[in-house]
Design a protein around this ligand. Structure first.
Ligand SMILES: Cc1cc2nc3c(=O)[nH]c(=O)nc-3n(C[C@H](O)[C@H](O)[C@H](O)COP(=O)(O)OP(=O)(O)OC[C@H]3O[C@@H](n4cnc5c(N)ncnc54)[C@H](O)[C@@H]3O)c2cc1C
Length: 472
C-alpha cells in the first residue's frame, strides 16, 4: 500500500488527507500546532466558540468545501440565513439577500454607496460582465488585467470603484490595483450565483475537524504537536519526513505548509533553480487584524455586517502604513456574528461578534498597529451602541498571530496573492520538481476565495494523484 504523508492540517491538508484515505491510501498527517485547521481553526473559551481568523464561506454546501465533505461523507452542516449581509456605508445602510444581484438589491446597494444615478447603467454593465463567467476558461482572457484597469474601461466613478474595491478586499484581500480581474470575476460570480453564503455549524474549525474524523475512520493517523523538520529527498525523489520524534518513510509527501516553507523543509538545493527563483519572487495577500467580542446580549440580527467609509482607498491605506505613517482613513470592517444563526457557539442568550480588517504584512512601528486596532474597536462601539457594557471578554489578534497559526513564512490572510501576475499559469501548481512531492492549500493549483481555494486545490490534487497512483 502506498504511504502518504501530509504536512499540515489546514483546509487543504485535511481535505486531501481525507480524500486519499477514502481512496484506500495509508495516510499520516503531521501538524505542528496542538490543534487542527491552521488559519481556519476555532477555539473555545468560557463556552464561546471563536474563529482564530474571521471566517464565512462564500458557497457553503455548493462550493468546494461542501463537495469535499460529500465525497468523504463528513458530518458537516452549513447554515445559511436570508438576508445575510448588512451593508453600512458612512451613515447609510441596506440589508442584502443571498441573491444580491437582483435589480432591487442592486438599486439599494447603489443608493447606499452613493453611486451616481447617471452611472447606474454602467454599474449594471460591469456587474453583467463580472457575472458572465461560467467556467475558468471564460475568465482566462482577464487573468492578467489589473481590476482597476478593467473598471476604468467602464467608468471613473469613485464610489463605484470603492464598492468593487471593498468586495475585492473582502474576497481576495488585495487592492484593485494588484488584483487579477479574471480571479476576482471567478470569486465574485461563483459567490453571487450560488447564493449560498454560509457558516459551518459548530464553528469554522468544524470543517477541518470533520474531514479529519473521516480520515481516522478510514484508518488514517493524525499527529498534532509534531511538526515536520525536514522533507527527505533521495535521487530527486521523496523518501519521507523527519519530525522531532523520528523518521517516517513515505512514497508521497504532500505539503500544506505553503510553497516557500516547503522549499525550506526539503532544502533549496533539491529544486531546480528556475523553480526556486520563481517562488522567491511570489508575493502574498494582505494580512488582517481581528477583535473577537464575547457578549452577554444579542448585538445584531443579521449574520454579517460590512462597514466602509465613503471614498476609502485600500491601496492608499496600505501604502501609508508601509511608509510608517498613521493612515488618514478608517479601515473598512468585516463583522460576522455567527452565533445569531448557530446557537451552539455561545452560552444561552450570549453571542460572539468578530471584527476584522486587512492590513499589510509588516509595520514600521507598533504605534501604527495599536492605532489601527483602536480604530477597529472604536468603530465597533459606534456601530453597536451600548456594546461596551456587554463585553465578557475581548481577544485581539494581529499579523504575528496568523503567522503562528499557519506556520507559513508570512502572516498573510489568504495565501499567495491572487494578483494579475500570479494567477493561472503564473501560479504554482501542485507538482514540484521533486518526484512524489506535492503542494496543497491556498498557494497551489486552486481557484476561489480563501478556504474554498484551499479545498479546490485538494479536489484537483486528488484527481491528479489518483490518476497516477493506484491505492487499491
Ligand atoms: C483573519 C482571517 C480572515 C479570513 N477570512 C476568510 C473568510 O471569510 N473566508 C474564507 O474562505 N477564507 C478566509 N480566510 C483565509 C483562509 O483562512 C485561508 O486562505 C485558508 O484557511 C488557508 O488554508 P491552507 O490549506 O492553505 O492552510 P493554512 O491555514 O495555512 O494551514 C497550514 C497548516 O500547515 C501546518 N504546518 C505548517 N508547517 C508545518 C510543518 N513544518 N509541520 C507540520 N505542520 C505544518 C500549520 O500549522 C497549519 O495548520 C481568512 C484568513 C484570516 C487569517
Amino acid at each position: 500500500m502506498k504511504k502518504v504523508v501530509v504536512i499540515g492540517s489546514g483546509v487543504g491538508g485535511s481535505a486531501i488527507a481525507a480524500l486519499l484515505a477514502k481512496q484506500g491510501a495509508e495516510v499520516h498527517v503531521f501538524e505542528r500546532n496542538n490543534f487542527l485547521g491552521g488559519k481556519a481553526a476555532s477555539y473555545v473559551r468560557d463556552g464561546f466558540t471563536c474563529d482564530m481568523g474571521i471566517h464565512y464561506t462564500a458557497r457553503g454546501d455548493n462550493g468546494p468545501l461542501g463537495i469535499v465533505a460529500k465525497k468523504v461523507s463528513a458530518d458537516l452542516q452549513f447554515i445559511t440565513e436570508d438576508p445575510f449581509l448588512h451593508l453600512i456605508w458612512d451613515n447609510k445602510s441596506c440589508k442584502l439577500p443571498l441573491k444580491f444581484t437582483g435589480l432591487v438589491p442592486l438599486a439599494k446597494m447603489a443608493l447606499t454607496t452613493g453611486v451616481k444615478i447617471k452611472n447606474y447603467w454602467v454599474a449594471f454593465k460591469i456587474l453583467n460582465k463580472l457575472l458572465s463567467a461560467n467556467t475558468l476558461e471564460d475568465v482566462e482572457p482577464y487573468n492578467d488585467v489589473p481590476l482597476k484597469d478593467f473598471l476604468y474601461q467602464y467608468t471613473d466613478d469613485p464610489e463605484l470603484h470603492t464598492l468593487i474595491a471593498i468586495f475585492c478586499g473582502l474576497l481576495i484581500a488585495i487592492p484593485i490595483e494588484e488584483a487579477s480581474t479574471g480571479e476576482f470575476m471567478w470569486c465574485f460570480s461563483t459567490w453571487a450565483k450560488t447564493a449560498s453564503c454560509a457558516y459551518p455549524r459548530g464553528g469554522f474549525g468544524e470543517i477541518c475537524n470533520s474531514y479529519i474524523k473521516t480520515l481516522k475512520k478510514n484508518n488514517g493517523i493524525v499527529r498534532i504537536d509534531e511538526g515536520v523538520k525536514d522533507i527527505k529527498v533521495t535521487n530527486n525523489r521523496v523518501s519521507g519526513v523527519e519530525t522531532n520524534k523520528g523518521f517516517y518513510p513515505a512514497d508521497i509527501v504532500i505539503s500544506n505548509a505553503g510553497i516557500k516553507r516547503t522549499i525550506e523543509l526539503a532544502g533549496e538545493n533539491q529544486f531546480d533553480e528556475p523553480f526556486v527563483n520563481q517562488t522567491t519572487a511570489l508575493r502574498d495577500s494582505l494580512a488582517a487584524v481581528t477583535i473577537k467580542y464575547a457578549l452577554d446580549y444579542k448585538p445584531v440580527d443579521i449574520p454579517i455586517t460590512l462597514y466602509c467609509d465613503k471614498g476609502f482607498d485600500l491601496k492608499e491605506f496600505i501604502d501609508e502604513i508601509s511608509q510608517g505613517k498613521i493612515p488618514k482613513s478608517n479601515p473598512p470592517l468585516f463583522i460576522p456574528c455567527p452565533s445569531v444563526i448557530d446557537n451552539t457557539l455561545a452560552p444561552f442568550g450570549k453571542h460572539i461578534l468578530l471584527a476584522g480588517t486587512a492590513v499589510p504584512l509588516s509595520y514600521k512601528n507598533n504605534e501604527q498597529l495599536k492605532e489601527i486596532i483602536d480604530r477597529v474597536d472604536k468603530k465597533v462601539m459606534e456601530l453597536f451602541p451600548g456594546i461596551d457594557d456587554h463585553i465578557i471578554f475581548k481577544h485581539t489578534t494581529d499579523v504575528s498571530y496568523i503567522k503562528k497559526m499557519s506556520g507559513r513564512h508570512a502572516g498573510d490572510a489568504i495565501g499567495l496573492a491572487q494578483s494579475y501576475d500570479q494567477v493561472w499559469k503564473n501560479r504554482p501548481g501542485h507538482q514540484t520538481s521533486i518526484e512524489g512531492l506535492y503542494l496543497v492549500g491556498s498557494d497551489a493549483g486552486g481557484n476561489g476565495i480563501g478556504t474554498e481555494m484551499a479545498a479546490d486545490s485538494a479536489l484537483k490534487l486528488d484527481e491528479l494523484i489518483t490518476q497516477k497512483y493506484d491505492f487499491k
